[in-house]
Design a protein around this ligand. Structure first.
Ligand SMILES: Nc1ncnc2c1ncn2[C@@H]1O[C@H](COP(=O)(O)OP(=O)(O)OP(=O)(O)O)[C@@H](O)[C@H]1O
Length: 315
């Protein structure tokens, strides 16, 4: 497994530790030897194709299903271990499952009251929690009348009951519109500011690439790589793309200026030249383009996206 740490918050203590974790269902190796470290206050992404093993790993971290092999410690307590250590830790954990199960006959507020009782949390903060997730207006409406996005918000509020210090969020933005997604991540930023540790899965790579501190890429039950998005990009050594806006009559000047550099494709498009170049040639390309003076009207550089990185590691 490639771990491209160090990450930004390197000094923080490790809250979640997984070592050699396996889960087998008969001949299916849902999770197949995972090592993972998540630090305190980190927003940690877990990405992978359908069936990669993300939800199974989550469920083991929560103590919902037993491990076939290996060990997971949260806040130092072995998950599912003997003694009450993990039970105490479990109270500090919030979980938003992939498929939120709610009772259609309850209102939003009643739903939180119900789950608060189960969790042993005083109900006083429930209205404020609904407000936080943008559901104050629907607090007294029955869940059966809720849209998919509203149900998802209510599930998130349920996960936040009891002000957890560790949050597991399994595809939390499913069903949310772009504005709600933005609002959701704003709440995650606040929680991060409060030192909450979060692990999040998502299939919307563009959405999480700018937001997570670090992430792990899972494929076929294994972690293929761990690190910051930028570190993974550099590790994959994927090329960059320059978009150089020039007048059509100057296309050849761009080609000539870059002729001696180790660039990849140079493609003339409608109103710009697209130049593919290895990362190490980036500054030389910029210098060569700058030497063209006013001929270059505009310039942008596209880094490989998380999607490019993901396919590089998971294919
Ligand atoms: N209870 C179960 N019994 C048998 N196989 C299971 C069970 N739960 C999960 N699996 C299998 O384990 C593998 C991993 O499933 P898992 O749900 O963890 O993947 P995932 O990465 O969360 O996928 P998705 O992105 O689709 O949610 C899959 O092959 C799945 O069919």
């Amino acid at each position: 497994m490639a771990d491209t740490s160090p990450a930004p918050n390197e000094a923080a203590r490790t809250v979640i530790v997984a070592r050699g974790v396996r889960k087998h269902y008969g001949s299916i190796h849902a999770v197949d030897g995972v090592d993972l470290d998540v630090r305190e206050g980190e927003l940690f992404g877990l990405i992978g194709h359908n069936g990669a093993g993300k939800s199974t790993l989550f469920k083991m971290m929560l103590g919902l299903i037993p491990l076939s092999a290996g060990e997971i410690r949260i806040d130092g307590a072995p998950v599912g271990g003997a003694g009450g250590d993990f039970r105490a830790v479990r109270r500090k954990i919030g979980y938003l499952p992939e498929n939120v199960v709610l009772y259609d006959n309850l209102t939003g507020l009643e739903t939180l009251q119900f789950f608060a009782r189960l969790k042993g949390v005083p109900p006083q903060g429930n209205a404020a929690l609904l407000e936080r997730v943008g559901l104050a207006h629907a607090a007294r409406r029955r869940v059966r009348e809720y849209s998919k996005g509203m149900r998802q918000r209510l599930g998130f509020a349920q996960a936040l009951l009891g002000t957890p210090r560790i949050l597991f969020l399994d595809e939390p933005t499913t069903g949310l519109d772009p504005e709600a997604i933005r609002g959701f991540y704003a709440i995650l930023r606040q929680l991060k500011g409060e030192g909450v540790t979060m692990v999040i899965t998502s299939h919307i790579l563009a959405e999480i690439q700018e937001r997570v501190d670090r992430l792990a890429i899972m494929a076929a039950g294994k972690v293929q790589a761990t690190g910051t998005v930028q570190a993974l990009r550099e590790q994959m050594d994927l090329p960059l793309w320059f978009s150089v806006r020039v007048a059509a009559e100057d296309f050849e000047a761009v080609r000539a200026a870059l002729g001696s550099l180790p660039v990849g494709a140079i493609e003339a498009r409608e109103d710009h030249v697209a130049v593919q170049c290895p990362r190490e040639a980036k500054m030389a390309v910029i210098a060569a383009l700058a030497a063209l003076g006013g001929k270059v009207r505009d310039l942008s550089v596209r880094e490989p996206s998380l999607e490019d990185v993901f396919f590089g590691f998971s294919d």
